[in-house]
Write a protein that binds this ligand. Structure first.
Ligand code: NAD
Ligand code: GLY
Length: 364
């Protein structure tokens, strides 16, 4: 037998900056002109964000002599599909986008996940920039390189890890969000407080009115802390072998609740319910104290988020749905659990706790 080895040991530097400033989007064209990342730019967005910010961004690029096309799909999770991805790619192919191109993802998490995945696969990979415009996207989806589309079998099932070259966060864009979208993001920010930083948790508690009044300083603070926490987790464990799982606090039960509600309960609402339910399991296991769970429940309620599972939702169905989740291992339910507001509990094998379904049924 002949044997030829293909040597592919790699050392890669995929580091990038997250820039947070009011009006920072205006600096993008100047940066792109200087770094010569690409000759053509596909600004991928949804129709809502196109109307608010897309035209202005394209004008900026054109004014700097940068060739760009705006490609907008209808807003909404139902369009984070393989079909939309193919539609975007066809627009790019018809417009002769080649390997010398780059993608700019302008919008919320739906746009960011979609545009990132287009960039990951277009001509086998072109660079992309994230410009998140929702609180969820600013503190979560624009950082860490998880890109994906949904399928009828579940959310985010087809995708890749593909890091952006830069993230531009203009907190002023959050001023056009409605309160519901602010609450969606706050659920993730409160989660960061629990998993990593009790001072962020207290800050949200003390500044909730400012956050809902779109106070730039308060929004900048929570965005900056959220990005910092996510960046520190992702740089230690990009592929979610252990530490990155702590970002899933509230999500094991939350995803099941979201799914069983037929997505009438939003993601932020579902993880709020999930954090309290997982907090109850942690309490029963003696991992954290009752006053911590009380504080978490109170803050989520203050943020206008639900904390109880809908009465009509049968816990047996929730358990069955959790077993089918992509995070479960061979049907064994795993979740990450807090040991205090600000830190997560670890087992001998890492952050994921294996939880018996009979225990969940008894406690919840
Ligand atoms: P979204 O992208 O659907 O945005 C919510 C709505 O806000 C949309 O209608 C959008 O058009 C509108 N919008 C966006 N920016 C606006 C602005 N500045 N002013 C007014 N309206 C604006 O939803 P989302 O909550 O941003 O993101 C949810 C998605 O993110 C889900 O698909 C989820 O799976 C994904 N996600 C991914 C990660 C990751 O790590 N990749 C993390 C969290 C969430
Ligand atoms: N949103 C969870 C993660 O990025 O891992």
């Amino acid at each position: 037998m002949e044997s030829i080895k293909v040597n592919l040991i790699k050392t890669e530097d995929n580091s990038y900056d997250i820039l947070i400033k009011e009006g920072v989007i205006a600096e993008l064209a100047h940066y792109l002109k200087n770094v010569k990342m690409a000759y053509r730019f596909a600004i991928i967005t949804d129709d809502t964000v196109k109307a608010l910010y897309g035209g202005k961004l394209q004008k900026d690029l054109l004014a700097h002599g940068l060739n760009s096309e705006l490609i907008a799909f209808p807003a909404g999770e139902k369009n984070k599909s393989r079909e939309t991805k193919a539609w975007i790619e066809d627009r790019m192919l018809e417009n002769n986008f080649a390997r010398d191109s780059a993608v700019i993802a302008l919008g919320g998490g739906v746009v960011g996940d979609m545009a990132g995945y287009v960039a990951a696969t277009y001509t086998r990979g072109i660079p992309y920039i994230q410009i998140p415009t929702t609180l969820v996207a600013c503190v979560d989806s624009s950082i860490g390189g998880k890109t994906a589309v949904d399928t009828p079998h579940g959310k985010n099932l087809i995708g890749s890890f593909y890091q952006p070259r830069r993230v531009y966060i203009d907190v002023a864009t959050l001023s056009t969000l409605n309160e519901k979208e602010i609450r969606e993001g706050l659920a993730e920010v409160i989660k960061y407080g629990v998993i990593s930083e009790s001072s962020l948790f207290s800050y949200v508690d003390q500044n909730i009115d400012k956050i809902f009044s779109y106070d730039c300083e308060a929004l900048t603070y929570i965005v900056k802390r959220g990005c910092e926490i996510k960046a520190r987790v992702v740089e230690k464990d990009e592929r979610e072998s252990d530490l990155r799982k702590i970002l899933n606090f509230g999500h094991t039960i939350g995803h099941a609740v979201e799914n069983l509600s037929g997505y009438t309960i939003s993601h932020g609402q579902a993880i709020s319910i999930g954090m309290v339910a997982e907090g109850e399991l942690a309490l029963e296991m003696g991992l954290w104290k009752e006053n911590e769970l009380v504080s978490l429940t109170a803050l989520l309620e203050k943020a206008g988020l639900p904390t109880k599972m809908p009465e009509e939702m049968d816990i047996k169905n929730v358990i069955e749905t959790m077993k089918l989740d992509k995070k479960s291992r061979g049907g064994q339910i795993e979740m990450v659990l807090p040991k205090a507001i600000g830190s997560m509990s670890q087992t001998r094998d890492g952050y994921a706790h294996k939880i018996d379904e009979s225990f969940i049924e008894k406690v919840l």
